[in-house]
Design a protein around this ligand. Structure first.
Ligand code: SF4
Length: 352
């Protein structure tokens, strides 16, 4: 998706447009300050021949003002692979910037803050994956894109939340190792009719000769999506019986079950755009709810918004300006790891 304000270099025009879109969610003095920063960034990115990619979870003023492209991690990985700009500034978290580097090694990739990590990516190491491969020899490894480059390099194929079930089924294998998101794995196991085990949770589980499973999972969790509960859903339904609830597949299977729809960030955006419910509740990162509300002003979006990703929250307009000015922080990946990770990512992209 291409936002409308990415080329705007006048702070006053940016302010008027942002005020129109976000006046209900961001105070005016803050929007004025952010418009000035955004105008400087939009000017500098042209001077430096840079492109800015913005994830759906960026805070609303940044999301609507500076990215040349917005979307989920797969969209942005595709944009990163296709760009001919000298510099890619990734307004997202580290594993996303690494994926951009994996796909476009000749470009300079900048991440505005080194603190922008991810609880899922941090839950597993390359050595953990090698351990599982030793324990389950010959079983193909699927890893979620929310992992670091060295983990991707140990994998046969990557997946996103939108194509995870298709990726698993594309392998034509009775058994797959699916890492590292416990809830996404359980949701995919259910969708593809597989029985899943977690050898790290219960060491009695998962000897290579135990054939009573078709998926082997890991215990990683998204610290944002794991917070939504059945009580949250019951409370909202009590207050608003006509609400349509959308849950990200990183939520627990019970929460996904109790919702009306489950899909990736992009699938949720499309669902809201293409349906006409009296009101919606999105069980996902709260800035994304704000961004969808701003893009669909005629639709009522309920907020359950105590859940902001602390990693995405590290990316600010101030840091993005500093990133462009100072060429920081450059993402580098050793070529041996990058080329092996690229095979897994490109295999995923070929599936769609
Ligand atoms: S929302 Fe969850 S999966 Fe996404 S970056 Fe934050 S912690 Fe990681």
């Amino acid at each position: 998706m291409i936002p409308a304000l990415a080329d705007e270099t006048s702070a006053s025009k940016l302010y008027l447009k942002l005020q129109d879109m976000l006046g209900d969610v961001v105070p005016a003095f803050e929007l004025r300050l952010k418009s000035e920063l955004a105008a400087k960034i939009n000017l500098l990115k042209v001077q430096k021949n840079a492109v800015i990619l913005g994830h759906n979870y960026m805070e609303p003023a940044l999301f609507h003002s500076i990215p040349d492209y917005i979307g989920d991690s797969l969209d942005l990985a595709r944009r990163a692979a296709a760009t001919n700009k000298d510099i890619i500034v990734f307004c997202g978290v580290r594993f996303m910037a690494e994926t951009a580097k994996i796909l476009n090694p000749k470009r300079t990739i900048l991440l505005p803050s080194l603190k922008a990590g991810c609880s899922l990516a941090a839950s597993i190491t390359a050595s953990d994956v090698r351990g599982l491969k030793k324990k389950f020899p010959g079983v193909p490894v699927v890893t979620y894109v929310n992992t670091y480059a060295d983990v991707k390099a140990e994998s046969d194929i990557c997946c996103t939340s939108s194509n995870a079930a298709a990726v698993v089924e594309s392998l034509n294998s009775n058994t797959v190792i699916f890492l590292p998101d416990e809830y996404l794995a359980k949701n995919v196991a259910r969708e593809t009719g597989r029985h899943i085990i977690f050898p790290t949770k219960d060491p009695r589980n998962g000897s290579a000769s135990d054939l009573d499973y078709q998926m082997i999972g890991w215990q990683g969790r998204c610290e944002v999506h794991e917070k939504f509960s059945l009580e949250d859903i019951a409370d909202i339904r009590r207050q608003f019986p006509d609400v349509v609830i959308l849950a990200h597949p990183e939520c627990s299977p019970e929460v996904v079950d109790a919702s009306d729809y489950s899909g990736s960030t992009n699938a949720m955006i499309k669902y809201v755009e293409q349906t006409h419910a009296p009101r919606y509740l999105l069980l996902t990162e709260c800035s994304m709810g704000d961004n969808i509300a701003a893009a669909n002003p005629e639709k009522e979006m309920l907020r359950l918004c105590s859940v902001r990703c602390p990693h995405m929250n590290q990316i600010t307009l101030e840091d993005t300006l500093a990133s462009l000015k100072e060429n920081q922080h450059i993402i580098d990946i050793p070529e041996d790891i990058r080329s092996r990770a690229a095979r897994a990512v490109e295999r995923m992209i070929a599936i769609g």
